[in-house]
Design a protein around this ligand. Structure first.
Ligand SMILES: Nc1nc2c(ncn2[C@@H]2O[C@H](COP(=O)(O)OP(=O)(O)OP(=O)(O)O)[C@@H](O)[C@H]2O)c(=O)[nH]1
Ligand SMILES: [Mg+2]
Length: 289
């Protein structure tokens, strides 16, 4: 994953032993091409220059290793695991704009939990898009779990309420709720999301244990706007970054975590059920550089 940035940064450094002005500029440009914000690219390269001087690194491999280490150190504080509540059911709300991979990520998560011997119930909270419920049901059928759904156009809050009711009656460990892909700028849809959150809080005695924001790794700096809006609406507890397999970018994650201080919990690396892994700062840093 992320070979694109790796190749560009690697190409800049190849054969160079010191960071002269030209190399510094080219390196910053390579990082910006990979969606690292310009101020952060400058900060990273400056840190690289200082450390290279201090530790007397004077070959290209050494410089690459240093840069990897710098990226790793910045991301490590944001590496985190999903919250499992002490009293079941744990409730995970999955959020994000259209097409980022919410439903697919839910299916992958459910399959992962099921493999671990947990019971999972899905809530079809996307009552907006025509085929959304069927899409979730198809995945659930393959995994062998149930979906709580109402008709298209139903109130997602009511679906949520039903799902929690049923989960409690059946002693289910995890409820994962799909939500409609929405523009983070649409006020009424954000209000609907807040309402879903309130229903969970009332029914379960605590807010949803995870409000997981799904972001497409290809999104670039706009991911920060998305995170900001969803965070204001419902308080995002973690990020799931999808499509890292199909991006040459992903550098936006660096600025996003620093600015928003939200942990990254999951990474999507493909379209198959098993293509979901816990976020690893080490692997990401090795991939980006
Ligand atoms: N390559 C790749 N594709 C992914 C990944 N995650 C999701 N996709 C694809 O992204 C597309 C959209 O996925 P969905 O899960 O339907 O996205 P969504 O956010 O639920 O979309 P809406 O419900 O329409 O808002 C599908 O074609 C998925 O197969 C990933 O990690 N890697
Ligand atoms: Mg969906």
């Amino acid at each position: 994953m992320l070979q694109g940035i790796f190749r560009r940064v690697g190409n800049v450094l190849r054969g160079r032993s010191t960071l002269d002005e030209d190399t510094i500029e080219e390196l910053e440009a390579a990082l910006v091409m990979g969606d690292v914000s310009a101020p952060l690219a400058m900060a990273l390269v400056e840190e690289l220059r200082e450390r290279a001087e201090r530790t007397r690194v004077d070959d290209d491999e050494g410089l690459l290793d240093l840069l990897r280490e710098i990226v790793f150190e910045r991301l490590k504080p944001f590496e985190d695991r999903l919250v499992v509540a002490p009293t079941p059911p744990s409730v995970w709300l999955v959020l994000g704009v259209n097409g980022v991979g919410k439903t697919t990520t839910i299916a992958k998560l459910a399959a992962m939990l099921k493999r671990q011997g947990m019971s999972v119930l899905l809530a079809a909270g996307d009552t907006f898009r025509a085929a959304a419920v069927e899409q979730l049901q198809t995945w659930a059928g393959r995994i062998g779990i149930d979906v709580v759904a109402q008709g298209k156009g139903a109130d997602p809050g009511a679906v949520m309420f039903d799902a929690l009711d049923s989960a409690k009656a059946r002693g289910i460990d995890f409820v994962i709720a799909d939500t409609a892909g929405r523009l983070h700028t649409k006020v009424n849809l954000m209000e609907e999301l807040r309402k879903m959150g309130r229903i969970v809080e009332r029914a379960n005695g605590r807010p949803a244990d995870e409000r997981l924001l799904v972001l497409d790794a290809n999104t670039g700096q706009n991911a920060i706007n998305q995170a900001r809006e969803f965070n204001e609406a419902i308080g995002v507890t973690g990020l799931a970054i999808t499509k890292l397999d199909s991006t040459a970018k992903g550098g936006a994650l660096l600025s996003l975590t620093e600015e928003m201080q939200i942990p990254i919990k999951l990474v999507g690396v493909g379209e198959r059920m098993e293509d979901l892994v816990p976020f690893s700062a080490r692997e990401f840093a090795d991939g980006i550089v």
